[in-house]
Design a binder for this molecule. Structure first.
Ligand code: SF4
Length: 117
């Protein structure tokens, strides 16, 4: 049973970076609150906790999302008409000419605008 096209690509490089920046802002905010209001904490402990939060809240989720992105887009990156077209934008799995997402089942121009890389 195939997965609907709209569910197939949950991540793009742009969304991965955007979510990472959003989570980094939260981690920095929490870290600043901790250093300001937790009286017993010294700076070395605070720095270690902050680094752990950055890894757990920013870097590790990015790695997971990027792995999912690679798995989900492998077919469209390697085996479609769009992947050989000069308008194909792999970081967004996007046709830059029509500004539409492509998938292994969907060629937005139906091949009419295809041009070699
Ligand atoms: S112009 Fe057509 S073939 Fe090329 S990337 Fe866009 S939809 Fe795909």
């Amino acid at each position: 049973m195939s997965v609907p096209a709209e569910r197939r690509y949950r991540n793009t490089v742009g969304s991965i970076v955007s979510w990472a920046l959003f989570r980094l802002a939260i981690v920095i905010g929490v870290s600043l609150v901790v250093v300001e209001y937790v009286g017993w904490i010294d700076y070395s402990t605070w720095a270690i906790i902050t680094l752990i939060m950055i890894y757990a809240g920013v870097i590790h989720p990015m790695q997971v999302q990027y792995r999912i992105y690679n798995e989900e887009t492998r077919t469209v990156m390697e085996g479609t008409l769009c992947s050989t077209c000069k308008y194909f934008e792999p970081t967004g799995v996007l046709c830059s000419r029509l500004d539409e997402h492509v998938s292994e089942d969907t060629i937005p121009c139906e091949g009419e605008l295809w041009e070699p890389k």
